[in-house]
Design a protein around this ligand. Structure first.
Ligand SMILES: *Cc1c(COP(=O)(O)O)cnc(C)c1O
Length: 425
C-alpha cells in the first residue's frame, strides 16, 4: 500500500499555494481528519484550531446536521442552474436571509466567494446610479486597514499598503481609501469628500471589526456616522460582513449590533460553516427597485455559473437552523466572557500593546514585531493552530469549542505573549 502521505510530497511539487513563496515555504501541516475544534495530522498529532479555516468553521468541523444536509441534497438534486430553472435550497435561503437581515435588505444574489460578492455589490452600486438617472458614478470610499478580497476590483478598495496589493497599483481603479471617521476632523474630512467628488457611488466598510487588517475594532458610532453621511450625500452604504456575519460579534450581524442598516450587505465565510463555498450580496428594496422598473437594460449584468449552488444553499439553510433557537449566539456571548477573562493577564504585560475582544474574536497586539513563520511553528509545537497577522495574535474559534480546547488556545496565546515571541524570534 502507498504511504498515506504520498499525496502530500507529490502534490507539493504541483500545487500553487496562496500568499506563499513556494521556494521557502515551511511545509504545511498535513491534516487527515477533522472533528469539532481539532485537526488530526498524518503523523498522529492533534492540533486545536484557533482560526476556524479562515473564519468559516463556526459550528465546528464535521457538524452532523450540515453534513447530512449536503448528503441529502447531493442525492436528490446536486445542482441545476438558476438561469431558467429554480430549486428549493436557493429560493428558501433567499427568503430566510431576507427575514434575518436588518431593515429592508430583502434581495439576495448568490456567488461562490466573498471577493465576488463584494464585486457584485460594487457593480450594483455603479449600475444603481446609472439606472436611476443615467449618472456614471464609478468610485468608492473605503478605509485604511480594510480588506475586501483579492480580485482586481476588490483589491482597489483594500488598504493599499497591507498585503501585497501595492504591486498591482497601476492596474487598479483609483479609489478613496481614507481614515475611519472617528475624530471630529476625520468626520469632517469624509463629509467634505462625499460632497465634493460626485463620482462616488458607495462607501464600503467591514462593520465593527476589520478582520484581515489585524482584527481592528471600531465603535458602532462610526457606522451611525457613515449612515448619516451617506444619506446626506446620497451615496450607498455597503457593509462587508463576510467576516462579521453569522454571529461572530455576538449578534447575527454587526449591522444589527450597531443598529445600522446598510443599502447592501455582503456575506460569505461562515454562511456554510466552511463546508462548501458560498457567498451572498443582499440589497435593500430601494436598490433592487432601481433595477426592475421594467426596462431590460436595467437588469443586473452578472451571472456566475454556480450562482445559488444547491448543495451550498442546502448547507447554509441547515446552518441557519442551528442559529434558529438563539442558543448559538448565547454561546458566543459566553465565549466573549471566557476570552476576556482568560486573556486579561495579557493586558498587564509590557510585551503587549493591546488586547481586544468582541464576540468570538480575541486579538492580542504585541508591542514588537516577531517572525511570523517561526511564531506559527511555535504554536503548532504547543498543539495549537494559530496564525498571527502582522503583530496581532488572534483567536476566532468555533462557537462550539469546548472548555479544554479553548483553554489550550488561550494559554498558548498567553505563554506566547509572555515569552514565546522571544523564543520564536
Ligand atoms: C475573506 C473576506 C473577503 C474575501 O472573501 P473570499 O471568499 O476569500 O473571496 C472579503 N471581505 C472580508 C471582510 C473578508 O473577511
Amino acid at each position: 500500500m502507498a504511504d498515506p502521505t504520498d499525496w502530500f510530497t507529490e502534490g507539493l511539487e504541483h500545487i500553487w499555494l496562496p500568499y506563499a513563496q513556494m521556494q521557502t515555504l515551511p511545509a504545511p501541516v498535513a491534516v487527515t481528519r477533522t472533528q469539532g475544534s481539532r485537526f488530526y495530522l498524518a503523523d498522529g498529532r492533534e492540533l486545536v484550531d484557533g482560526v476556524g479555516s479562515w473564519w468559516t468553521s463556526v459550528h465546528g468541523y464535521n457538524r452532523a446536521e450540515l453534513i447530512e444536509a449536503a448528503r441529502a441534497q447531493m442525492g436528490r438534486l446536486p445542482h441545476v442552474m438558476l438561469g431558467g430553472l429554480a430549486h428549493e435550497p436557493a429560493y428558501r435561503l433567499a427568503s430566510r436571509l431576507a427575514d434575518i437581515t436588518p431593515g429592508d435588505l430583502t434581495r439576495t444574489f448568490f456567488t461562490e466567494s466573498g471577493s465576488v460578492a463584494v464585486e457584485v455589490a460594487m457593480k450594483i452600486a455603479i449600475q444603481y446610479f446609472r439606472n436611476l438617472r443615467g449618472e456614471m458614478r464609478t468610485r468608492f470610499v473605503s478605509f485604511l486597514g480594510g480588506y475586501h478580497g483579492d480580485t482586481l476590483a476588490t483589491m482597489s478598495v483594500c488598504d493599499p499598503d497591507e498585503g501585497m496589493h501595492h504591486m498591482f497599483r497601476g492596474a487598479l481603479a483609483d479609489q478613496h481609501v481614507v481614515a475611519l471617521p472617528e475624530s471630529r476632523e476625520q468626520i469632517r474630512a469624509l463629509e467634505t469628500l462625499l460632497s465634493t467628488d460626485r463620482k462616488i457611488a458607495a462607501v464600503l466598510i467591514e462593520p465593527l471589526i476589520q478582520g484581515a487588517g489585524g482584527m481592528r475594532m471600531h465603535s458602532p458610532q462610526v457606522l451611525r456616522t457613515l449612515r448619516r453621511l451617506c444619506d446626506q450625500a446620497g451615496v450607498l452604504l455597503i457593509f462587508d460582513e463576510i467576516f462579521t456575519g453569522f454571529g461572530r460579534t455576538g449578534e447575527m450581524f454587526a449591522a444589527g449590533r450597531a443598529g445600522v442598516t446598510p443599502d447592501i450587505m455582503c456575506l460569505g465565510k461562515a454562511i456554510t460553516g466552511g463546508i462548501t463555498p458560498l457567498a451572498a450580496t443582499i440589497a435593500s428594496a430601494k436598490v433592487y427597485d432601481a433595477f426592475h422598473s421594467g426596462n431590460p437594460e436595467h437588469a443586473l449584468m452578472h451571472g456566475p455559473t454556480y450562482t445559488g449552488h444547491a448543495i451550498a444553499c442546502a448547507v447554509a439553510n441547515a446552518g441557519l437552523d442551528l442559529f434558529a433557537d438563539g442558543s448559538l449566539l448565547k454561546r458566543v456571548k459566553a465565549l466573549e466572557a471566557r476570552l476576556t477573562e482568560a486573556l486579561a493577564p495579557a493586558r498587564a504585560l509590557e510585551t503587549v500593546a493591546d488586547v481586544r475582544i468582541l464576540g468570538a474574536v480575541a486579538a492580542v497586539d504585541m508591542a514588537e514585531p516577531f517572525p511570523l513563520e517561526a511564531a506559527r511553528k511555535w504554536f503548532i509545537e504547543r498543539g495549537t493552530f494559530i496564525r498571527p497577522l502582522g503583530r496581532t495574535v488572534y483567536l476566532t474559534p468555533s462557537y462550539m469549542i469546548g472548555e479544554e480546547d479553548l483553554g489550550r488556545l488561550t494559554s498558548a496565546v498567553l505563554t506566547f505573549a509572555r515569552a514565546g515571541f522571544a523564543e520564536a524570534g
